[in-house]
Design a protein around this ligand. Structure first.
Ligand SMILES: NC(=O)c1ccc[n+]([C@@H]2O[C@H](COP(=O)([O-])OP(=O)(O)OC[C@H]3O[C@@H](n4cnc5c(N)ncnc54)[C@H](OP(=O)(O)O)[C@@H]3O)[C@@H](O)[C@H]2O)c1
Length: 299
C-alpha cells in the first residue's frame, strides 16, 4: 500500500511508520521535521496548524494513498482538515482517538462503544470526542474512515508507567532499583488493558481495504486485563528487584488532580468487534511487551 502518516516521528506515529515500512508498504510522513523519521519513510515537512502550507505539502506529494492515518488529531479542526483534504486523496483514513473520550464516572465494564456517556468538559478526551463527531457527521463519500480508541499504549519509544503518580515516569527504573516505594493511586487496583504500540500499528494497518471497518469506532486494547500494579510488578520482576507500593487515596488524589480523573477508573474493553470484523487483534502478552519496553530503555 501507499500509506501516509500524519505525524511519523513520535511514539505512536513512529511505531506505525516503522511497522508499515517493515511490512513492505511505501510510507510518507508529514511532520514539522523536528525529529528524525524511521528509515525508509518519505518525509513531508509542514505544520498541520498552518493549513495552506500543509495543503501545499500534501498536494506536492501527489500520491493517491491507499491509507492515511491521522496519528495527531486533537481538535475538531484537525478532523475537518482530514475530511476536506484527504476525501479525494485516499480510499481510507484512520483517526487515532483515545479511550479518554468516556466519562470516567459513567463507564461500563467492559466499556463498549454503545455507552453514550462522553466527556464534554473541554479536556483532551472531550476534544477527541468532538473530532469523532466530525467524522460521524460527515457526508458519506468515496473515502471511508475508521476510528480507534487506544487505552494505555506502551512499548519502545515511550517512557514507562500506566498510572499516576508514576505514569510515564522517566525515573521509574532508577526508583525501582533504589528500592523506593511506588506511590500509586488506589494502590494500583484500577484494571487496565495496555496495548503494545506495534500491536496498535498492526491493528491500524489492518483496517485498510476492510469494508467492515468503514465508518466504525473500535476499542484498541491489549489481550490481558490486569490490575495496574501488575504492570509495575512485571517491570520489577524484569529488573530483579522487589516492588513496594504505597497507596494514594483515590478521592484525595482526584480532588487535588482533577485533570487526572480519566485515569481513575477501570479501563477494560471487549475486543470481539475487532475479531468479528477481521482486524488484527492485539496479541502481545504484557510480559513479552514489557520485556521489550524495559530492554529498550536499558539499552
Ligand atoms: N500514549 C498513549 O497512551 C495514548 C493513548 C491513547 C491515544 N493516544 C494517541 O496517540 C497519538 C500520539 O501520537 P504520537 O505518540 O506519535 O505523538 P508524539 O510522540 O507527540 O509525536 C507527535 C508527532 O507528530 C509530529 N507533529 C507534532 N505536531 C505537528 C504539527 N503541528 N504538524 C505536523 N506534525 C506534527 C511530530 O513531529 P515534529 O515535532 O517534527 O512535527 C511527531 O512526529 C495521539 O493521537 C494520542 O491522542 C495515545
Amino acid at each position: 500500500m501507499n500509506v501516509l502518516c500524519i505525524g511519523g516521528s513520535g511514539f505512536v506515529s513512529g511505531t506505525l511508520a516503522r511497522r508499515a515500512v517493515e511490512s513492505g508498504h511505501t510510507v510518507w510522513a508529514v511532520t514539522r521535521g523536528k525529529r528524525p523519521l524511521p528509515p525508509g519513510v518519505v518525509p513531508l515537512a509542514a505544520d498541520r496548524r498552518d493549513t495552506p502550507a500543509f495543503e501545499r505539502a500534501i498536494a506536492a506529494a501527489g500520491a493517491p494513498w491507499d491509507l492515511v492515518v491521522d496519528c495527531i488529531g486533537y481538535d475538531p479542526q484537525d478532523a475537518r482538515q482530514d475530511l476536506a483534504l484527504f476525501r479525494s486523496r485516499t480510499r481510507h483514513l484512520v483517526f487515532v482517538s483515545t479511550d479518554f473520550v468516556f466519562d470516567p464516572d459513567r463507564r461500563r465494564f467492559p466499556q463498549n462503544d454503545d455507552n453514550p456517556h462522553f466527556l464534554a468538559d473541554g479536556s483532551y478526551g472531550a476534544k477527541k470526542r468532538l473530532c469523532e463527531m466530525e467524522f460521524l457527521r460527515a457526508e458519506p463519500g468515496a473515502m471511508s474512515w475508521t476510528i480507534f480508541r487506544p487505552c494505555h499504549i506502551y512499548g519502545p519509544g515511550s517512557l514507562l508507567g500506566c498510572l499516576p503518580a508514576h505514569g510515564r515516569d522517566a525515573d521509574l527504573i532508577p526508583r525501582l532499583r533504589r528500592g523506593e516505594p511506588l506511590r500509586l493511586v488506589g494502590g494500583g487496583h484500577f484494571l487496565q488493558q495496555p496495548i503494545f504500540a506495534p500491536d496498535l500499528a498492526e491493528l491500524i494497518l489492518s483496517a485498510a481495504d476492510n469494508p467492515r471497518a468503514a465508518g466504525r469506532i473500535y476499542p484498541a486494547a491489549g489481550p490481558e486485563i490486569i490490575e495496574s500494579r501488575e504492570f509495575y510488578r512485571l517491570i520489577a520482576n524484569r529488573l530483579g528487584v522487589a516492588l513496594t507500593i504505597e497507596e494514594l487515596p483515590v478521592a484525595a488524589y482526584r480532588a487535588a488532580n482533577p485533570d487526572k480523573r480519566s485515569f481513575l477508573c477501570h479501563r477494560i474493553y471487549d475486543l470481539r468487534s475487532l475479531r468479528d470484523d477481521g482486524l488484527a487483534v492485539p496479541a502481545t502478552s504484557l510480559s513479552e511487551g514489557l520485556r521489550a519496553h524495559v530492554e529498550s530503555l536499558l539499552a
